[in-house]
Structure formats: structure tokens, C-alpha cells
Write a protein of this length. Structure first.
Length: 132
């Protein structure tokens, strides 16, 4: 199935960014993450491949700052898709290599031409662990 032009263009851009990026389509399927995201997510994208929404939202075990598992519909990308608004939050994940990481995540919907919502993208970076 052909992807909307907005997803193709954002994937092309993300592939050249030095900041980690994670891209999902309108159904929430992971369609790409860039090379900068690979060390954080624990696996190269060409090894992990596309993942259904239910798979990636569970495999990365997203937790809030209180170390509680975040429901799939509350994961930043899912919230950005559903609300069609940007979301910024600090979360912890478990990478595909089993390593825990604390992240700052900014997710936003990709508005297409007309009424089309082609997907969403998250830019993220590792957050330093705060002492105290």
C-alpha cells in the first residue's frame, strides 16, 4: 500500500536528522525510526522493521515518571494522533536491547492536505537522570 506523501517526505527528512525520530502512520503503525534513534531503541530499524501499534506500544514498555506502565493510548505518539495536537512528556522506556532509558519526547501529528491525517512523528532524546 502506498504511503501518503507527507509520510514519505518526513521519513526522508528524519533519515537525515541527527536527533532521534520515530514515525507512525495514521493507524499508529511504526513505519520508520532513524539511525540516531537506533542506539536508544536498542536495535537498527532494518532489523526491527515496521511494527503494529499494539506491538511497539508494548515492546518498549513505556513508563511514567512514577515508574507506572503507560497505557498504549497514553503513549505520546498515540496522544498526538488522537488529539491532533503536539505532546511533550518525559517517559522511561525499555529498549529492544533490554536497557532502560529516560527520555524527553515531543510528538506531533502530521497534518496532510484536506482532512487527511497521515500519521505522527516523535522527536526524542535521552534525559539525564536527576539526583535527589
Amino acid at each position: 500500500m502506498a504511503q501518503p506523501i507527507e509520510l514519505i517526505l518526513v521519513r526522508h527528512l528524519a533519515g537525515r536528522l541527527a536527533i532521534p525520530a520515530f514515525l507512525v502512520d495514521a493507524e499508529g503503525t511504526l513505519v520508520f525510526y532513524n539511525e540516531a534513534a537506533e542506539p536508544i531503541l536498542g536495535r537498527r530499524f532494518d532489523e526491527a522493521g515496521e511494527m503494529a501499534y499494539e506491538d511497539w506500544t508494548s515492546v518498549f514498555a513505556v513508563r511514567d515518571e512514577g515508574d507506572r506502565l503507560v497505557a498504549a493510548e497514553e503513549v505520546p505518539l498515540a496522544k498526538a494522533l488522537r488529539s491532533r495536537r503536539p505532546v511533550h512528556i518525559r517517559v522511561a522506556i525499555t529498549g529492544l536491547d533490554g536497557s532502560p532509558r529516560l527520555l524527553e519526547v515531543s510528538a506531533f501529528p502530521l497534518d496532510g492536505q484536506g482532512q487527511q491525517l497521515p500519521g505522527a512523528v516523535a522527536l526524542f532524546w535521552e534525559s539525564p537522570v536527576e539526583d535527589g
